[in-house]
Every structure is written in C-alpha cells, then in structure tokens.
Design a protein around this ligand. Sequence first.
Ligand SMILES: N[C@@H](CCC(=O)N[C@@H](CS)C(=O)NCC(=O)O)C(=O)O
Length: 246
Amino acid sequence: MIRLHIFPASLKGTPNPSPLCVKLETALRLAGVPHRVWYNTNPANGPKGKLPFIEIEDQRIGDSALILYHLKERLGVDLDRSLSDGERAQSHMLHQMLDERLYWVLLHSRWMDEANWRVTRQCYFGGLPFPLSLIVPRMARKQMRAALHAQGIGRHSAEEIYELGAKDLAALATLLGDKPFFFGDIPTLADATVFAYLVNIAGPELPSPLKDAALRHDNLLRHMDRMGELYAAKRQPQRIALTLAA
Ligand SMILES: N[C@@H](CCC(=O)N[C@@H](CS)C(=O)NCC(=O)O)C(=O)O
C-alpha cells in the first residue's frame, strides 16, 4: 500500500494548503490507486525536504511530478492514457506554467501580503509552542522571501506579480473553453493539477488580486466545482495523523 505524505488539511476552503499535495492526492484518487494518507507537518522528513512524498514498499520518492512518472512506470498509472501526443505536450506545458510560475504567484499572495501572512502563519505554525511560535515563522518567512527573490518573481512589484498570475489564469480559461475537462469529456492529470491550484487560489478566505482574477473566470470556477465533486466521490477511507520527529 502506498503511503502518501502530505500537510494536514489546515486551511479552510481547500483540501490541503499545498497545491502539490492536492494535485497528487487528486491524481491518486482519480486513478483509483489504493493509498493511505499520512499527515506530516515536517517537509524535512521527505527525501527532497519537501511535501508531498510517497513511500512505496522500500522506497521513498519526493516531487509530485517524479512520483507520477514513477507510478506510471512501476504500476502503469496513467491518467493521460486517452490523450494524443500533441495533447500530452500541451499538458506538459500546462504543468510547467502552473508548477513553475503560478505556484510562485500563489506563494507571494500568501506569504508576502501582510493580511494573508497572518492566516498563513497560523495555518503552518499555529501548533508551535512559545517561543518557537515567534522564532520559526519569522525565519520561515525570511527564507520564503529569499526563495522568491532567487526564483526571480520576488524582484517584481506586487502589481507585476499579480499581472503575471492573471495571465496564467486567462490562458487556462481559454484552453478550457466550454469543455467539461481540459481535454474533453474525460478528466486527466491536467484537470487534477488545475483543480489543485484553483481550489487553493479561490477556495480559502485569502483575498488577493490573484483570487479576484480567478473569480472572473466562470468556466474555471465551474471546473473547480466539478473536480471538487470528483475528488470527494473518490475519497479513500483511511487517514492517519502523524508528526514525524525532525
Ligand atoms: N516540485 C515539488 C515542489 C514541492 C514543494 O515545493 N512543496 C512545498 C509545499 S507546496 C514544501 O514542502 N515546502 C516546504 C519547504 O520548502 O521547506 C513537487 O512538485 O512536489
């Protein structure tokens, strides 16, 4: 049985505060892959120092994309089975846009916006005892600021960052059009991934120009609801709360 390690569901309005965790869990549910969810509060426990990661037999694998490649090779799990080569290429590019750009816009909106930071701090660090509750969030925010700067997006003004995010969302809305799913009538990995981001942008009560941009696309919101129903319908029974020692 695969063990899926993800953050606890600590942010109201989304199944998980991490879009990468939602993406992987949704993909496993859609593909009907039996797994157990382990709530893990310490990304350092993962082989890449990040969540999500999985344990499968004797192996620990990190990174949502690498995990999905691995499951395809090892277990034949392929949500994109119905896609043509061209559609697979489009899906590949969609994933890069979401994971390598929109992801950073979302991080900016949560960690750098002062009002949202209060919610983010509570979500990730709310359980820490004093004085760690003072020290750790401050350090983590400093590291996040440095990561945003190193990635490049942190060098832009907030206005520019949100403009980039709005363009990504507009591209998604155009690609989806009036289809139920990104590549027609069957949900694929792209749908799991877009759902993961949309539900994290539009779901929580974290106001931002990014959320405003998402709310302008009715077709994306309908897609989020459709995928939310599928996500709930394909729920797996066991969930185990766990905090591994660092
Ligand atoms: N490329 C990785 C990214 C994973 C990632 O960035 N996870 C974040 C949460 S969304 C994390 O664990 N951050 C904690 C840290 O960097 O210490 C994937 O697709 O899984």
